[in-house]
Write a protein that binds this ligand. Structure first.
Ligand code: F6P
Length: 328
């Protein structure tokens, strides 16, 4: 490989996700392997603007592959959305003689990277890291698999108590505007109903389905509700609505919240993070930039950053159909 790249910086940005540390480790160690200097930028774009950089070597990232969160910390920077903020960021990169930037994050992170590339033509590679799995051009984002396992574990426990009390429990899961976590965890946990933003089930159909469940002899139920679901009510109002219309149900709500973002990454996420981290460095050495490295159909692939930002990762409709069959 021939290249002018001598110094790479890596950062995590947006919501943290299990596996980000494994990815940082892969980037730092690949740089060491290829004799490139590597800098970590703390607190995402905010640290980039404030010059919060530190030089890393292969040993700086020992014993982090199994850790949740991100050793580089993360932030959602408002300042980077301004031209002035991006100007400061560019100056810091130039002052530190950094040749390229690897961004680990979700769509907000990639949008920032795309704008920055357009303004300064600065070499950038994106690595998809978010529990939401809502990035186009990759079947999986780093953190999604671990989050699914966390949600399944929580729902299994919730089911124990739902069953003991013969209750209906609405479990709200994360996912911003996407239903990947709800749909897959819902099928995996055997939920009676799954509400996701991609499908407009409607209140009427939800009530019908719950009535059917009761008639079929079920004494307890789990309904997984994606936080971005557009059924027209938040999860607490939805609980009140169900109780008002179906008095035979005693309803409770469980919002899983930020526990979904924590914990030790699954083996799948560690391996995915390692593959994408290595490939990101190799792409820069190969003079490629303004792309995302993803994992599609069992292969590490690259996608133009703009496509990753603007494309829509579609949910698997077949899973929805299956869930209807299996919750009979
Ligand atoms: O993007 C990851 C995510 O956890 C979403 O699922 C959720 O909507 C959002 O971040 C919450 O963000 P914050 O922790 O900043 O409130």
């Amino acid at each position: 490989m021939t290249s002018q790249i001598k110094k790479i910086a890596v950062m995590t940005s947006g919501g943290d996700a299990p596996g980000m540390n494994a990815c940082i480790r892969a980037v730092v160690r690949s740089c060491a392997y290829y004799h490139i200097e590597c800098f970590g930028i703390y607190r995402g774009y905010q640290g980039l603007i404030e010059g919060d950089f530190k030089q890393f070597n292969a040993r700086s990232v020992h014993h982090i592959i199994h850790k949740g969160g991100t050793i580089l910390k993360t932030a959602r920077s408002k300042e980077f959305r301004t031209k002035e903020g991006r100007k400061k960021a560019y100056k810091n990169l130039k002052d530190n003689k950094i040749d390229a930037l690897i961004l680990i994050g979700g769509d907000g992170t990639f949008t920032g990277g795309m704008v920055f590339y357009q303004e300064y033509n600065f070499p950038i590679i994106g690595i998809p890291g978010t529990i939401d799995n809502d990035i186009f051009g990759t079947n999986y984002t780093i953190g999604y698999d671990t989050a699914l396992n966390t949600v399944i574990d929580a729902i299994d426990k919730i089911r124990d108590t739902a069953s003991s009390h013969s209750r209906l429990i609405l479990v709200e899961v994360m996912g911003k505007d996407a239903g990947f976590i709800a749909l897959n965890a819902g099928v995996g946990a055997g939920a009676e109903e799954i509400l996701i933003p991609e499908e407009k089930l409607g209140l009427k159909r939800l009530l019908q389905s719950l009535k059917r469940s009761k008639r079929s002899g079920k004494s307890s139920s789990i309904v997984v509700v994606s936080e971005g679901d557009k059924i027209g009510k938040n999860v607490f109002e939805l609980a009140d609505y169900i109780e008002a219309n179906l008095p035979e149900y005693e309803v409770r709500v469980s919002v899983l919240g930020h526990m979904q973002r924590g914990g030790s990454p699954s083996c799948f996420d560690r391996v995915l993070a390692s593959k994408l981290g290595v490939r990101a460095v190799e792409m820069l050495l190969d003079k490629k930039s303004n792309i995302m490295v993803g994992f599609l159909n069992n292969k590490v692939v690259t996608v133009p950053l703009e496509k990753a930002v603007k494309g829509k990762h579609a949910i698997n409709e077949e899973l929805l159909r299956m869930s209807d069959i299996l919750s009979i």
